[in-house]
Design a protein around this ligand. Structure first.
Ligand SMILES: *Cc1c(COP(=O)(O)O)cnc(C)c1O
Ligand SMILES: [Zn+2]
Length: 434
């Protein structure tokens, strides 16, 4: 089992009284199905499997729910009836992420040999802190409020630290976040600027995560909500909103193929959960879809397991420019394998060089500047289109999870000015620019 667990409960949180997290009815174990009351717990007491949020999903007329969603706010709270949040969530101080652009990428499609009108980029760099992490943090924040936590924390590969810092600042929480000490300057500055505490750990992400699990079990961590550890079941639900938005933006249709980056694997598994819920409620037609996972070759534990036909994911020591995806021991790795196999998708990886090429390809064709994680995802999409695993005649959505301004180092060495000239026309002509 992949769950990284030291303590399963945090006695310091105030869970007395009723917890109002909207349609969330409890937590259930992904492995054995055991049910637990809503609380800041993340691992099953019986089998140590990961817990996820269980719901009383809306069972009425889907048309009524669709109209309600469509008239809701232009952010993730339009889906509040499907999320573990109180009904009045939109009135509470938070960053209101989501409802990002679904870009119809016709120039990119032409370049990749995909049928016109069939390729889309879901551009989550448009979120408040410029990555998809604002979606998951917004859910964890509501859980932290409900459980009476006063400090927000996380172990982060970079983007999460910034998202937690910003959300805490807006909501009036204290924050203290942990990152590997050697991240890109853009991520460090973005994590620090919101005024919370930012701690660099001498080690990689897996060391940071292990340390946070220890801190939860210690009195020093009392009253702390770690968004991706003891609040992980709630945090994960935020990624469902990517599935909801993509379907709604396609006219309430599930795309045939979705390409998703993998760090811990949470996003990929919860996008699948979101699609299944939409089918169950009747908001979309039940049809087959394929889910594809993307990793960097320098941190490809899930891709290696997929290709070898293994069910277990053997941990790796990451070495890649895609630092936001650099989790060598992904908690949700086995579930990612299940989903990609069940849907007929695949998990693939690309080299650092292919990541840089894909970043430039997306910028050049669509005017979207993605970070190394997005380069990984598009690089994998390109590889799978070329190999025939992705059908160029079917609708494909590639998820861009972050902003290229945070990973300038990746492209700076091979990108720059066309020429430096004196401010006169002769000089302009000499440089061959006329
Ligand atoms: C965190 C992150 C992901 C995916 O993370 P999961 O742990 O797999 O949910 C993808 N892209 C970026 C830019 C991220 O910061
Ligand atoms: Zn269990």
């Amino acid at each position: 089992m992949a769950a990284q667990t030291v303590a399963t409960t945090n006695d310091s949180a105030d869970t007395s009284g009723t917890v109002d997290l909207g349609p969330a009815s409890g937590l259930s174990c992904r492995e054995c199905g055991e049910r637990f009351a809503l609380g800041p717990i993340f691992a099953c007491e019986i089998c140590f499997g990961p817990l996820e949020v269980a719901y009383d999903l809306p069972s009425g007329d889907p048309e009524t729910l669709r109209k309600q969603i469509e008239s809701g706010p232009a952010n993730i709270w339009r889906y509040a009836p499907l999320l573990p949040v109180p009904a009045d969530v939109a009135s509470k101080p938070n960053l209101n992420p989501g409802w990002t652009q679904l870009v119809q990428a016709d120039n990119l499609a032409r370049e990749l040999g995909v049928e016109p009108g069939k390729l889309f980029v879901k551009d989550d760099s448009g979120n408040p802190t410029h990555s998809f992490k604002d979606r998951v943090v917004a859910q964890a924040l509501e859980a932290a409020r409900a459980f009476g936590f006063t400090t927000l924390s996380c172990s982060s590969t970079g983007n999460l630290a910034g998202a937690v810092g910003a959300a805490a600042a807006r909501a009036g929480f204290r924050s203290c976040v942990f990152i590997p000490h050697d991240l890109e300057q853009g991520k460090v500055v973005m994590a620090a600027v919101y005024g919370g505490e930012l701690v660099g750990i001498e080690g990689n992400y897996d060391d940071v995560n292990r340390f946070c699990s220890e801190l939860i079990g210690d009195p020093a961590g009392e009253g702390w909500g770690f968004v991706n550890v003891n609040l992980r079941p709630y945090y994960g639900e935020g990624s469902k909103t990517l599935a909801y938005e993509i379907c709604e933006q396609l006219g309430w249709r599930i795309p045939d193929q979705i390409v998703i980056p993998i760090a811990s694997g949470s996003q990929l598994t919860k996008i699948d959960k979101g699609l299944q819920e939409l089918i169950k409620i009747g908001l979309v037609e039940d049809k087959p879809y394929k889910i594809f996972g993307a990793q960097a070759e320098g941190c490809s534990p899930v891709s290696v397991a997929f290709k070898a036909g293994h069910d277990v994911v053997r941990p790796q020591k990451p070495d890649t420019i895609a630092k936001s995806l650099a989790i060598g021991n992904p908690a949700d790795g086995p579930y990612v394998l299940d989903i990609c196999r069940r849907t007929g998708g695949a998990v693939e990886d690309v080299t650092d060089e292919q990541i840089v090429d894909a970043i430039k390809l997306l910028a050049r064709t669509e005017g979207v500047f993605t970070e190394t994680a997005g380069g990984t995802t598009l690089g994998v999409a390109k590889k799978l289109i070329e190999s025939g695993a992705i059908d160029p005649c079917l609708t494909t959505v590639v998820i861009n999870t972050g902003d290229g301004l945070k990973t300038l180092d990746a492209v700076a060495p091979t990108t720059g000015m066309s020429a430096v000239i004196r401010p006169n026309l002769d000089s302009f002509r000499e440089a061959g620019l006329a």
